[in-house]
Design a protein around this ligand. Structure first.
Ligand code: F6R
Length: 610
């Protein structure tokens, strides 16, 4: 968690640091801070709360604003509560060294005790402060040399930005298991946790690889491994610009990202379909390999896990192979039955989710082949997987995922059809029909998005509900899980998803006149069964919002208080359509309740701690 930035150059550091931190606030926003090099040495300004508070505090301080070198941090609290004192940067005892950190120093207690015995005093509750103190303790007048030795004492994950009083023109950075990029420019260079932070300045970036140290001045950037050997930079040009990381005319990133779904789905799907053939980039699964797989195991967190839950239904249905779906934090510790004949699929937007990354490592250590479905190119999960399929969703800034979810789902359809064809589990006719269906997804989602105004009215009607259940069967149940998570995470309404047939085994006792039940009915075979479940909750006083297909309008209107109708489409891919009204509904309920939609309380976009 957390976002870090750094600047070294001939211009003023503060404007870059503040705008870079603004772009990284999606990584956490409990506090923010900067350390800059002034005429009188390193000075720190840090504040609990949103970046605006820090910006206001800095605005009147001339010495800070004149600095040409600095580091900055936006925090998602892990060790120590959100507060000014726990905010980064952290300074060393001598005041010579300041550090910003993203990650967790797992052995910080051992190091802290050791340093305290030597007389070091600690002011914060953070793990990061030990890095500053350790560097101070080990400092031999040569910061690079000191860093080389110090990194071997640190256990855990760390992307670090470091400034030192003896180096008025040099910025130091370190990467291990937390993301860090370098932005390259003329007369100035930058570090950041993610690309949007540097995009207003440069599109030329270099992603640090594992266990690297970077030394930056305004003229050059040098990279070294932890043994101190110089290593080559891999520089790439980013082909999306700063506008794509901005809100354009939308009030919130979430709405912009919901509306981008047709476009990003097209970008994700079309390069992979050539004349009815599915090309999964450079990946080749032979028929023999697929036949030998005895199980597919999908591992992910949150919404990405829900993609796995949807995929289980259609993959098992067409592949006739078992598909397990696990929450990554459970998978990694439960001694999973995974081996050489298991294909493990890790799904992750950020590619940095700590539990998903650990699950990936666990699966690999047991001999499984790991395929990841990832949005962020070059991220840790992508780097460590045997095979990667990227979702081309572009930067997703809103904490609640929408477009990444939809593109992940589309990759899973492609994967299922690709495998089914190789395994001769699908007729040529059915296969082609499904390829045509995938190609239709973007325009059908566009169609669903036209219901925005109706959904807005429904949201206004139910915004005061404090108890909302989502019910459905089969694929609809899996989509309900995502709908419920979306609603609760941004509107703070307590909602739960239930398999419609399960309600009467306990939960129905919660249903009363104040309950809203949102019911998904898109499966022909299960339609009447779910209708019976709706009757059960309706007779106990619940209000009903039904979401179904256009061929069911009259039946739906008969039983529901409100309805949202989506196009009739192939059932396997209907979850891609039915999730869209749920995203819009969550958005408008949260908006009418005055919630901070893009940055819901207690959450961060990229969960890089377990
Ligand atoms: C919810 C949401 C989260 C993420 C989860 C996994 O809207 O976005 O539940 O899906 O934290 O994140 P990634 O996909 O980055 O691994």
């Amino acid at each position: 968690m957390c976002g870090i930035v750094g600047y070294v150059g001939k211009n003023k550091a503060v404007p870059f640091l503040l705008q870079g931190l603004e772009k990284l606030e999606y990584r956490g926003y409990d506090s923010s801070g900067i350390a800059v090099f002034t005429n009188t040495g390193i000075k720190i300004e840090k504040k609990q709360g949103r970046l605006k508070i820090l910006a206001d505090a800095i605005s009147t301080k001339e010495d800070l604003n004149n600095a040409n070198l600095g580091i900055g941090h936006t925090r998602w609290a892990t060790h120590g509560a959100p507060s000014d004192v726990n905010a980064h940067p952290h300074k060393s005892k001598s005041g010579k060294i300041a550090v910003v950190h993203n990650g967790i120093i797992e052995n910080y207690i051992v190091l802290k005790n050791e340093l305290m015995e030597k007389g070091f005093e600690f002011v914060s509750d953070t793990d990061t402060e030990v890095v500053a103190q350790l560097l101070d303790d080990m400092y031999n007048g040569d910061m690079f040399d000191t860093l080389k030795t110090a990194v071997n004492r640190l256990q855990g994950s760390f992307a670090l930005g470091i400034v030192c009083d003896d180096y008025p023109n040099t910025l130091f950075a370190v990467k291990k298991d937390s993301p860090l990029i370098i932005g390259l420019n003329e007369n100035e260079n930058y570090i950041a946790s993610d690309i949007p932070a540097v995009l207003s300045k440069t599109q030329t970036v270099c992603r640090l690889k594992e266990n690297q140290i970077a030394v930056l001045t305004s003229e050059k950037v040098e990279l070294f491994d932890f043994d101190g050997n110089a290593v080559e930079k891999t520089v790439s040009k980013i082909d999306w610009n700063v506008e794509s990381a901005q809100k354009n005319n939308y009030e919130h990133f979430m709405m912009k990202e919901i509306m981008e779904q047709p476009e990003v789905l097209k970008a994700t799907i079309s390069p992979r379909i050539k004349d009815f053939d599915i090309k999964l980039d450079d990946i080749e699964f032979t028929k023999e390999y697929l036949e030998n797989i005895d199980k597919i195991s999908i591992v992910a967190c949150g919404s990405a896990y829900h993609v796995g839950c949807v995929a289980k239904y259609f993959m098992e249905d067409i592949l006739r192979k078992p598909v397990d779906v696990d929450v990554a934090s459970e998978f990694r510790y439960r001694n999973p039955i995974v081996g050489e004949n298991t294909l493990v699929i890790v799904i992750s937007q950020s590619g940095e989710t700590a539990d998903s990354l650990a699950a990936l490592r666990e699966a690999k250590s047991r001999g499984a082949r790991v395929l990841s479905v990832v949005n962020v190119v070059g991220s840790s999960i992508a780097n460590e997987s045997d095979d990667v399929i990227y979702t081309w969703a572009g930067p997703e800034i809103a904490v609640a995922t929408t477009k990444a979810y939809s593109t992940q789902l589309s990759i899973l359809y492609l994967l299922a059809l690709y495998m089914a064809k190789k395994l001769n589990k699908i007729s040529e006719e059915k296969y082609k029909e499904n390829i045509e269906n995938i190609n239709r997804l973007p325009s059908l989602i566009e169609e669903v998005l036209k219901s925005e105004n109706k959904i807005k009215e429904i949201a206004e009607k139910y915004l005061d509900k404090e108890k909302i259940f989502f019910i459905g069967r089969g694929l609809d149940y899996a989509t309900c899980m995502e709908g419920s998570l979306k609603l609760k995470e941004i509107s703070y309404i307590h909602s739960e998803a239930y398999a419609a047939g399960e309600l009467k085994h306990g939960t129905i006792s919660l249903v009363d006149n104040d309950t809203l039940v949102i019911s998904l009915l898109t499966n022909e075979k299960l339609f009447d069964k779910t209708i019976s479940n709706i009757r059960e909750v309706k007779s106990r006083g619940a209000k009903i919002l039904a979401i179904s297909t256009e061929d069911k309008v009259s039946k739906i209107n008969e039983i529901s208080d409100d309805s949202i109708i989506i196009p009739k489409f192939c059932e396997m891919m209907l979850p891609s359509l039915s999730v869209v009204p749920l995203q819009l509904l969550s958005y408008y309920v949260a908006k009418f309740r005055g919630c901070d939609i893009d940055k819901p309380r207690n959450l961060a976009k990229s969960v890089t701690v377990e």
